[in-house]
Design a protein around this ligand. Structure first.
Ligand code: ZN
Length: 527
């Protein structure tokens, strides 16, 4: 039985979808005014794995993830860049797709944009006004939180406590400081849509209610997002949706934890802020390799726990994955003798293997320390059990760290077996298939073995990339041919032979290499 920690109830609830066999799931997507960062990568990968696991469990999943493509941040960004706001959103939606593609995140079933749902948004606001739970002030519409008595039920806060803690800058026009905007009148030059209350644009919270209910119905199964969205965003989504429909909105609320950088909160102002593209630049192995390294790192913590990003952690993830791919390479080798030892024949058959759970797993781990691999496999991780154990840990609120620990045990056992026995082709393939098919759920172990191993040799030096103070990225010089040209150019500059220096710069530019001369006299390059 799959159990999911539900923020709404504060406990792990057995998962029973509204319609048996089908899951309807909504996750708050990005506001497209900048490149996606590591926090976005975590959220995207967490819900990608949850979706993949639900599909692995046989559910038909309809997964909706939106784009917030109208927002104050977008308007500000457009002014900063002197671009039309549509150009800003188009640019960052493209960048988002590219980043997600690189990370191996599957596209959602529907990826709605707020600007394409104005009719639904306005209709929903009108319903709230008609029901008397929202009010108009100078072209703006506010939701009146006091009209929703259950306000605070997701974040477990009481309205009077919230009011007491509200910022001092009280907006006189609001009935209650916690009231929030559903519709904002537009100033000249800002994006505007016609509405019964004059030209304006929607507030952020109402977009998600309108889009989720349009694509998934008034009540649906799972609503997800980062923990920072619990209050006020998701609290407000619940208040306005339930007030409009009189029905429950989402039934299971799933929230992923933060990413910290070197034990500090990730923020632009602290300068320890990584975009997804910067991380790929930092670890420029082949993209599928880097994607698995990032995924392995992000999934090595439980999705609800906070996690700390550091170069060291990423390097460790790479090393661990190298260990797995070393095993896959061993498995690809031909058996020494015709036939070889048949691993599957020694599998213990346990009919009630569905009963296996995490404590069995802990027990297996304990036993693994003291017995030989053969005994161990014979007794504990028969292949059927391995699949069941995997399901057992993932059923426990998507416990990916335990799933990865399981893979480690299997790796250990198989490595030992390969040293002791000449495994048959069939056994080797079966083991490899277990890694491939279950790894698919996590988005791991999918790179062709030769690509991984070859790529590692080529790019070993990249792992030495250092995180510079303030999060500045060190561009990694790893190509001796390019390094040599850069050196020749610097030599030419020292001799004041600028014609030659420029020629070299041009030559490199033609190869897509951009040089950056540093104040300290060194030159870095990047593609
Ligand atoms: Zn949302």
């Amino acid at each position: 039985m799959l159990k999911i920690f539900n923020t709404l109830t504060g406990r792990k609830d057995p998962f029973e979808p509204l319609v048996p066999g089908q899951v309807r799931m909504y996750v708050c997507g990005v506001t497209v005014y900048d490149y996606s960062h590591l926090g976005h990568a975590r959220s995207a990968i967490v819900f990608d794995v949850i979706r993949r696991y639900l599909e692995y469990r046989g559910y038909d999943v309809k997964f909706v993830k939106n784009f917030t493509d109208v927002d104050d941040k977008i308007i500000n960004r457009a002014q900063e860049l002197s671009l039309p706001w549509q150009a800003v959103t188009a640019r960052y939606i493209d960048a988002y797709y590219r980043d997600m593609g690189r990370l191996g995140v599957c596209p959602a079933t529907v990826e709605p944009k707020a600007t394409e749902h104005m009719e639904e948004i306005i209709r929903l606001i009108r319903t709230l006004v008609e029901k008397g739970v929202a009010y108009l002030v100078n072209g703006d519409i506010y939701f009146e939180v006091q009209k929703y008595p259950a306000y605070g039920r997701l974040s477990k806060r009481k309205l009077d406590e919230l009011q007491a803690g509200a910022r001092v800058e009280v907006d006189e026009r609001k009935h209650n400081p916690m009231d929030f905007a559903l519709w904002k009148s537009s100033k000249p030059g800002e994006p505007a849509w016609q509405s019964p209350w004059g030209p304006g644009r929607p507030g952020w919270h109402i977009e998600c209610s309108a889009m989720s209910m349009k694509h998934l119905g008034d009540t649906f199964d799972i609503h997800g997002g980062g923990q920072d969205l619990i209050f006020p965003h998701h609290e407000n989504e619940i208040a306005q949706s339930c007030s409009a429909t009189g029905k429950e909105f989402a039934r299971y609320w799933v929230h992923n934890g933060f990413v910290q950088i070197n034990q500090e909160k990730m923020s632009k102002s602290l300068g320890n802020f990584f975009t997804i593209r910067e991380i790929f630049e930092k670890f420029p192995s082949s993209e599928p390799v880097t994607a698995e390294v990032i995924r392995y790192f992000l999934l090595s913590s439980h999705y609800r726990s906070p996690m700390d990003f550091s170069d060291q952690a990423l390097k460790e993830a790479k090393r661990t994955l190298d260990g797995f791919y070393d095993l896959f390479l061993r498995l690809e080798e031909s058996p020494r003798s015709e036939g070889g030892w048949d691993f599957t024949l020694t599998f213990e058959k346990r009919d009630k293997s569905d009963d296996l759970n995490k404590s069995d797993f802990a027990e297996s781990l304990k036993r693994a320390e003291n017995i030989t691999a053969e005994e161990y496999v014979g007794r504990a991780i028969a292949q059927k059990h391995f699949y069941t154990l995997f399901r057992g840990v993932m059923d426990d609120d998507f416990d990916t760290p335990s799933a990865m620990a399981l893979f480690q045990v299997l790796r250990h056992v198989v490595n030992q077996l390969l040293s002791e026995k000449d495994l048959s082709r069939m056994s080797r393939d079966e083991i490899r298939n277990a890694f491939l098919s279950l790894g698919q759920v996590l988005g791991l172990f999918q790179v062709p073995v030769k690509d991984w191993v070859f790529g590692r040799k080529l790019h070993k030096v990249n792992l030495e990339a250092e995180l510079k103070p303030k999060g500045e990225l060190a561009y990694i010089q790893m190509n001796p041919a390019i390094d040599q040209l850069v050196e020749e150019r610097n030599e030419a500059r020292r001799r004041k032979d600028f014609a030659k220096a420029d020629a070299i710069r041009k030559k490199l530019e033609e190869q897509g290499i951009i040089l950056e001369d540093r104040p300290d006299g060194t030159t870095r390059w990047k593609r």
